[in-house]
Structures are given as structure tokens and as C-alpha cells.
Design a protein around this ligand. Sequence first.
Ligand code: WT7
Length: 688
Amino acid sequence: MAETNSVSDEVFNPPVSLQAQAHIKTMQEYEELYRESIDDPESFWKRIYETFYWKSPPTGPFLDYNFDIRKGPISIKWLAGAQTNICYNILDRNVENGLGDKVAFYWEGNNPGDDGKITYSELLVQVCKFANVLKDLGVGVGDRIAIYMPMIPELTVAMLACARIGAIHSIVFAGYSSESLADRILDAECCAIVTADGVWRGNKLLNLKNIVDRAMSLCEKRNHLVNKCVVVRHLGPKCENLVDGMISNNLCEESQLGKRPVHGFKISWQDGRDIWWHDLMGTVDSVCEPVWMDAEDPLFMLYTSGSTGIPKGVLHTTGGYMMYATATFKYTFDFHPDDIYWCTADIGWITGHTYVTYGPLANGATSVMFEGTPFYPDAGRFWAIVDKYKVNTFYTAPTAIRSLMKFGDEFVTKYSRSSLRILGTVGEPINPEAWLWYHRVVGNSTCAIVDTFWQTETGGHVITPLPGATPTKPGSATFPFFGILPTILSEEGHEIKGTGEGYLVFKQPWPGIMRTVHGDHERFETTYFKKFPGYYCTGDGAHRDKDGYLWITGRIDDLVNVSGHLLSTAEVESALIEHHSVAEAASVSHPHPIKGECIYCFVTLKEGHNLTDELVMELKNKVRHKIGPFAQPDFIQNAPALPKTRSGKIMRRILRKIARGDRDLGDTSTLADESVIDVLFKYRAQDA
Ligand code: WT7
């Protein structure tokens, strides 16, 4: 959304007090280190490498890669042959170094007052126990484990337990539908899944176990058996009265926990396959030797939307990801041991992987983990939590900032927020207005703002200010992180030096870059390395201003960024087409004041159907159920015909303009039938 990125000339210098104690205090210091990281990556990353425990050193070069598809297959290897274990590095070593009693997570539940905490040594014990549980269930090195959980410490325990024994976690955000979950379980061929009975989000109760059950039966229909389903009892009391039979309704009358009252909450249950977490954890040994993994062994996969509509299993490996998560957390958030850090992202997204679990724990940080939403019980919740735990570094998404802005400043200003020093954002371009509100109102004009640009694929921040060094401009992600060499390319693939706009690409690998798409290396090469040989292509546009600042302008492919969540238009279309009344559908991204972008759909109905309000609701629900609530389109309009080229390709560029009511369509000469345009304008959604 280029228009939200209107250039602001105002420059904000790093807060003086923050700068004084920062790891990187000046742009000159940044530039020197940056130069080294580009010219001699080994010398730069070696220092990070040396902060970890390695069972054995690399057997080959520190970095070995081919970024140019013309020269052969794309391959990226950092530290190949070196043996380590990330779980050992972020837990055992911190405990050995005296952080055992330090709080790893303050857990804040959906309801204020429902809270808890877990220290590093407690976390280590839980992780070892669950690693033993997994082993007892037959899970071994390289097995894929699906995780579909709310934001509770058991989620981190489950992921680190996988890492400890070399199993690969594949976390699916617990807001995806059964079908989306099933697609991901099938693609990764997961042998087991970890979930919870349910969770409250605001005043909505989600029955996670039933969603997982439906997903498992969808998998079974497609000949894949999920052998074990481990269930954390998060809501209900212990239910002993399981009824015999294949599926018994396990009726949990009323919670004993008091804080999470649930009346008549039922989950389905299949004996033999489904097992309570606490039953397994009750008897298991609390010591578990880590399995030593190669630096290039897979650590996890995480699905992200692809333009074709089929999600891609982005694969990250052990050693490089560990270095990159650790270094970006330390420098972008200028981490110091006494900090209290809070990232509001769900662990189900990459932000939660890198900046709730791996990055903070690797640095021995104390974090807040939050289960709820920014609006419950009211729009002051974030700032109540900031005051409760004296949070210094706070990291959230522009969509959350924009939606809180509209509730007014009082929800913010009635809290002190005096502990805050650094405010981060991620997920989509932040418009200067939201940036300035974040800075002035939330941050009292005394905090550094870090607008961090990155992707599931990049593993960690790639373009970001450093809070003690970088003068910031509202709406600009500023400059590259260490090891990142960005370039802006024209459509023809020419490098644009100086000011200009084009495709944002990176010229050399950094340790945290994804290594492949699970099960489809060719798709990895085609998606990221084919259009511009020799470069990693982000799929985003960017422009560089006269001072060298980078401004991300948004996706330039068929992906839509709804509230920081990427969705493919093809994915939405295939959901719509499943409805019996729809003959054809096209969806495009459309500006939205809170979500940043939303989905606008054009549907051609079959003979005898009319687009009534009821049908619009049905179609919206169709997408919601097929993908997940966050994917629900905002607008659906009637399209007796779609604008197509003579070869039958839908011209989305024109549909985007029609959705916006913009009659300046540019060149329409390639259209097979220009008369469809007027008809489409006539049916335009009223409130769009
Ligand atoms: C896409 C990646 C990385 C964590 C969350 C999203 C957009 C992300 C920014 C930012 C402008 C941003 C890009 C990117 N994006 N951060 N600071 N400024 N755009 O991960 O789902 O992989 O999405 O989010 O379009 O390509 P993701």
C-alpha cells in the first residue's frame, strides 16, 4: 500500500538515555560492523558462533552457498558439519550460567488475574519431561510434529522438546480451520499433534480439540493417520468419566480452576489416540540428554501463503537460525539482562517463533507471554500489562496500533507506561500516522521506535533500525541488519542505485534465511530465485529515499496482507468456488483503515442465483470456515463477467481499481471485452 507510506521528512533521533547504554551507539559504529558483515561474513558471525556451545566444529567452510540458479541448484549452508542442539543452548546453558531462577516467561492469561510464571530451570525440567514423552510415543529425529495450541507455556515446552530430540515442529496458528490444519498436517506428514482442550480469546471460547479432531478425520480420509494427539487440559477440570467407545463426549461440567469458568464445555475423545498431557507428564523422567544435530539439520517448518494458493512449508535449520534469532533479538531490541520484554505475536506465526521463543530465550531474557487480545476486557489491556510487569521493550503489529488508536488516548494515558524504552512493530507497512501515535501517545515521545521488516522466509529482522543508533523516519524500516545486502531492482532486473523504487531483493545469504520449501525444492527456487537470477526476491516493493532510507511499499505479487497475515487471493477464490452458487471468483487486496489491507471479492454466480445479503454472508462464512476467521473477506460484489485478457487471464490490476472506485484504469486494450467494466462499476460494493 504505497499511499500509506507517504514520505515524512521528520527525523527522530535515538533517545539519549537509551543511546548511552546501547550495544551500538552511533551510525558510524553500525556502518563499520555492517561493512564487516557484508565483506567478511565469517569474521562477523564467528563472534556470534562463539557464544554458543558446539559439540563439534564445522567440518567444511563456515558458509557455502549458491544464490544463482543459472549456476545450479540453490543451496545455502552455514556451519555444515558442526554439531549442536538449540534447546541445550537456550536452556541448559542458561541454567548452568546462573540463570536457573530467572523468570523465562511471565504468563498473562486472557482474564486479568489469571497469570503465572516459569523460570529457566522449571522450563528446562518441563521440556526434558515432554521430550521423554515424545520419545515414549515413538517420536524420533526428523519426525514432524504438528502443534496447534493457545499461547500457554506448554506451547514453548512442546516446541523446545521437539528441538531437544531432533524432531521438527510444524506449528499451525490456532485460528486456522480444520481444513487448513489438515492440509498442513498432510503436507508435512506429521505423525503426532499437540493441542489443548480449548481457549478463551476475549469473550470467545474456542474448542481447539474439536477442530483438531475434524482435521485428523480429514487426514484419515486422505489416508494419513495421525497416531497420537496430546491434549493440554487448559480449560476443563480433570475429566475421569470418559465413556467407552470410539468417540466419547467428555463432558466437563464446570471448571475447578475458577479463573477460567467453562460451563458444559465438551470435547470429543478417541481412546488410544488421544492422551492428556498431564497423564503423560505425571510419571516421566525429568532428565533427557539432548540429541546433537548438524547445524544444517531442520529445526522447524512453518507454513506461509503462496501465490498459487497452496501453502509453502518454509524450512529453517538449526545453526544459522540460532545465530540469527539471537543476534537480531540482541541488537534490534538492544537487549540487556534486566529487561522485561514483551512480544504480543502468537507463537503460531514466525514472529512468535523467533521473538517469543528462540531469540529471547537464547539471550536469557525475561518475557511476557500473553494469551488474550488487546481489547479484552477493554482497550487498555496492553498498557495494563505493561505496567503490571514493567515492560521495557514492547513489540506488536501496526494493525493492533491502528485499532487501539480509534478507542482514544485515554485508554493509554490512564496507565503509567514509564518502564517503556523501545517500541517495535512488524507485519506490514506502518503508516506515519500510526507510527506517530505509537511514538507520542504510547511512548510519551521518549521511546525508540523500531519498524522491523522481515518475513517467515528470512527467519529474523532483515531491515530495521537499531534503537540506540538509527535516526528514524515514521514509516521507514530504515537500513539493513548485519549481513543483509538489499538491492532495488527494476522490472527488467537492473539495480537501481540511489533514489528509486522497485523490487526488494537480497544479494547474499544470511544465517537465518530459509533453506527450502518442505518437499519441494523446485518451488523454493522458482518462488524466490527465478525472476531475478542471483538474488533472493522478497515479493515486496521498496523505494530508497535521498538519505538512503528504505521504505517498504507492500507486496507486488498476488498475496494480501490482512492485519499482518499473508493470504493468497487464489486460496480465497478456491474457497468461494466451492459454494454451489459460484461459477467463478476473483479476489484482490483492498485498502482498509485498521487491517491495512482487506479482501475484496468478485463473484460470478451460476444461472438462477442472486447475490442477496444472505448469500454474501454465506460466502464470507465459506471462506472463514475453509481458511480461518482472519481470512474472511470484507466485500463481495456481483460480477456478471470478469475482465479478462484474450488468453483468458483475469486482469486483477483492473479489479483493484474497480474495488476502489478509481476510473483511471490505464491501458485496457488487452481486455477481451471492455463492456464488462461499466457493469462491474455498477455493482461495486457500496461501503468499500
Ligand atoms: C510480509 C511477510 C515477519 C513477521 C510477520 C509477517 C510484510 C512484514 C513489515 C514491515 C512493511 C512488512 C511484507 C512481508 N511485512 N513486516 N515492517 N514493513 N511490510 O510474516 O507472514 O511471512 O509476511 O509481511 O509484505 O513480505 P509473513
